[in-house]
Design a protein around this ligand. Structure first.
Ligand code: PLP
Length: 437
């Protein structure tokens, strides 16, 4: 009998305890969680303070219909508005995960356009490399081939712009014309579909699992948003992975100095202590939907009091311990260490990213940027070997585009963990190189 998971995987582990930045297997093996789970855990595992508020809330307010206010909800709304959200995003809709929150964002964009008499504006543009979730719609519109397999006949098709990808820009790696190339592509795609048919562009400010910490050329987003505004197209920022300090900013849109009309956050919002995510919009969008009399439906388990309590507690810890302020310097040290150790490595095409979301792209041919064959499952081999060495790495890539591993540890790591991540990656890549030489 197959006990767990639904489909067996190569990397079977039984974790019996997690504490700080470490996981412990049934056999007592200690693993550094350099992936923060799925780039979820920011404050470290096993905080009693968070567990206590979850317990208190479960006793006091076990379940309350999502639209009703509770003290736990009110505390979280205040925390978000006073300390985290960009001031123009005043309206908050809570869900349980990133996919649900993205669905809500798309629904809001479509409803907003309909509410102003523009129901023909119904295309949601996405990007060629992207991941926005696992529901049918998100699977369809994401640029992630591997996560669509077997469902292609059923899924809605993605209408995409090219993901700006400086390493692999068709003009040449890190070409000075890359920004204009990708902006032209945005303009062309808008022209092809017709601005009058497009509701919004949904994007990850920094690619997560699809591409591994890919940043666009400097200045791209400011200009891209101008193009969107000129064409009356909303900008939806999926900050499920990047939100709450992951890249050294509260949200990565701050880094680009852009103002999304709708923003989504998930993962780090409660650091994995509870299932909670948020869709944040402007008053303008929410009021327009409201005035049209449309419904923004809730999920039964949205904004559970215990999840709100957990998120408030996590966000307060992040502030009290100034953990977000530590992310940029920690990331610089980690990136420097990785660059010193691996930049010249024959399999390493690029070490990229900011803060504690660092991607390492692996290739067979560094000169020509040729990837290994998909059947070799290089990323899986790297993750598997990393685990043997006591470090959990986060796999990335879409199958069509591969192989990339990400580092996204909790913000509480120190030099010991930085050394361990860099040394382990070095060992693992040497192992792969010897095997394929
Ligand atoms: N959006 C991004 C950028 C993500 O990285 C993910 C998950 O990895 C999702 C959405 C989907 O979130 P969830 O798995 O919580 O539904």
């Amino acid at each position: 009998m197959i006990k767990w998971p639904y489909l067996p995987q190569d990397l079977g582990l039984e974790i019996v305890k997690s504490e700080g930045a470490y996981l412990y297997t049934k056999e007592g093996f200690k693993i550094l969680d350099a992936a923060g789970g799925a780039i979820v855990n920011n404050i470290g595992y096993g905080r009693e303070e968070v567990a206590e508020v979850i317990k208190a809330s479960a006793i006091k307010n076990t379940y309350v219909l999502p639209p009703f206010l509770t003290p736990e909800r009110e505390q979280l709304l205040d925390e978000l508005r006073e300390h985290w959200l960009p001031p123009h995003l005043t309206r908050i809709h809570l869900s349980s995960g990133g996919s649900e929150a993205n669905e809500s964002a798309v629904k809001m964009a479509i409803q907003y356009q309909a509410s102003r008499g523009k129901s023909e504006k119904k295309i949601i543009l996405t990007r060629s490399l992207s991941y926005h979730g696992t529901t049918l719609n998100m699977s369809g519109i994401s640029g992630h081939a591997a996560r669509k397999r077997g469902m292609e006949s059923y899924l809605p098709s993605a209408k995409t712009i090219e993901t700006p990808y400086p390493l692999r820009c068709p003009l040449g790696s890190f070409h000075p014309g890359a920004k204009d190339y990708y902006l032209d592509n945005l303009r062309k795609v808008i022209h092809n579909y017709g601005a009058e048919n497009i509701a919004a562009l949904l994007m990850e400010p920094v690619n997560g699992s699809s591409g591994g910490a890919i940043y666009p050329p400097e200045g791209y987003w400011v200009e891209a948003q101008k193009i969107l505004i000129e064409n009356d197209i909303l900008l939806i920022a999926d900050e499920v992975m990047t939100g709450f300090g992951r890249t050294g900013f509260k949200f990565s849109c701050e880094d680009y100095e852009i103002k999304p009309d709708i923003m989504i956050a998930g993962k780090g919002m409660a650091s994995g202590y509870a299932a909670i995510s948020g869709t944040y919009s402007t008053d303008k969008i929410a009021n327009s939907i409201m005035d049209a009399g449309y419904l923004v439906m809730f999920h039964t388990f949205a904004a559970l009091p215990l999840s709100c309590a957990a998120a408030s507690s996590v966000l307060q810890i992040l502030r009290r311990e100034k953990l977000c302020e530590k992310v940029a310097p920690l990331g610089e040290r980690l990136k420097q260490k990785l660059t010193d150790a691996l930049d010249q490595h024959p399999l390493v095409a690029e070490i990229r990213g900011k803060g504690l979301l660092i991607g390492i792209e692996i290739v067979k041919d560094k000169e020509k940027l040729i990837s290994f064959d998909e059947q070799e499952k290089i990323t899986d081999q790297i993750v598997s070997k990393g685990l043997e060495e006591g470090v959990l790495l986060y796999p990335g890539g879409t199958g069509e585009y591969r192989d990339v591993v990400c580092l996204g540890p909790p913000y509480i790591i120190g030099d010991e963990e930085i050394d361990l991540m860099a040394d382990t990656l070095g060992k693992v890549l040497n192992h792969i190189q010897v095997k394929y030489n």
